[in-house]
Design a protein around this ligand. Structure first.
Ligand code: GLN
Length: 290
């Protein structure tokens, strides 16, 4: 049986041994780096000098706990409790999706497209951790940003993320599938953005178990026979909620690009464009309201 003492070398071997089969050696080395920097506050100099370092009993305990959770398949981001999104450090837990790199791309796209807007009013629908709303608010200094979500637990995470980054966003509970005009109508928006649930129930069989078992299904899945349900609801409200010339941005399922384009055109959006993500998949659609 493998034993662990408080040398860093044995801690590393312990991780490699325990996570063998769950992750590749390369991933485990990255995980070790993340654990050491997040849980033990190590910087790059600490890593260089690691052979001379010793771990305290409490660090060893935390390491063991973290490894146990990782062995159960719990995603690293939930184990560490934080992720980096753009230049923000965000709390994440099982109530919110772990932000994906594609969503960072969406935020950057909006940043470039809308750089000329003065004091934009931005609405993020299905805000989750608040990653989109908070990074846009930080990017557009004079903006007014509102993030809505159906899930009160997700909103609490988003509120904490606003506080931890010192960013102002108005978070509010709203079920976009069951809301009336008066709940959304207080402001007209210049930009509406959403990364709603879009993964098909039938995609489940190809998904990683750590996504399926730990991430909130409410934020991920839609029925195959009503795959655009959220986009349809959002576009219906955008009809009065967006100013003329206002922009809509969606993250979408890679196979739904053409259907989404038609849907936006049905709602009288112009300059509708599908864009690819960094993996070459159709992942975003944008349009301008007539
Ligand atoms: N991109 C996420 C995934 O692949 C899904 C996000 C969503 O459903 N909005 O798991």
């Amino acid at each position: 049986m493998f034993t662990i003492d408080n040398t860093v070398k044995s801690a590393e071997s312990y991780c490699l041994d325990k996570l063998n089969g769950v992750y590749s050696d390369r991933e485990i080395r990255q995980i070790i780096r993340s654990i050491f920097s997040h849980l033990f506050d190590w910087n790059s100099a600490d890593f260089l000098l690691r052979n001379n370092k010793r771990l305290s009993e409490s660090d060893l305990l935390r390491l063991r706990e973290a490894i146990k959770e990782l062995q159960s398949g719990r995603p690293l981001q939930y184990v560490l409790g934080t992720v980096q999104f753009q230049d923000l450090s965000l709390e994440v837990n099982e109530n919110v999706l772990i932000p994906r790199p594609e969503t960072e791309e969406l935020v950057r796209l909006i940043g470039v497209d809308c750089a000329g807007l003065h004091e934009p009013r931005i609405l993020d629908i299905g805000t989750g951790s608040g990653c989109i709303a908070l990074s846009l608010s930080s990017m557009f200094k004079q903006s007014t940003v509102c993030g809505v979500d159906v899930d009160i637990n997700a909103l609490q995470v988003a509120e904490r993320n606003a506080r931890r980054n010192g960013i102002e966003v108005n978070f509010k509970q709203l079920d976009i599938l069951n809301c009336n005009r008066s709940e959304l109508d207080q402001l007209q928006w210049d930009i509406i953005v959403s990364n709603p649930p879009y993964v098909l129930e039938s995609d489940k069989s190809q998904m990683e178990t750590n996504v399926l078992e730990f991430e909130p299904h409410q934020a991920l899945f839609v029925p195959d026979n009503d795959a655009l349900i959220f986009y349809d609801a959002i576009l219906k409200h955008a009809d009065y909620g967006l100013v003329a010339g206002g922009q809509i941005y969606f993250e979408i399922h890679e196979n739904k690009g053409e259907q989404m384009k038609r849907l936006l055109e049905k709602y009288a959006f112009e300059q509708v464009e599908i864009m690819k993500d960094l993996f070459g998949k159709s992942r975003f659609v944008r349009g301008v309201k007539r």
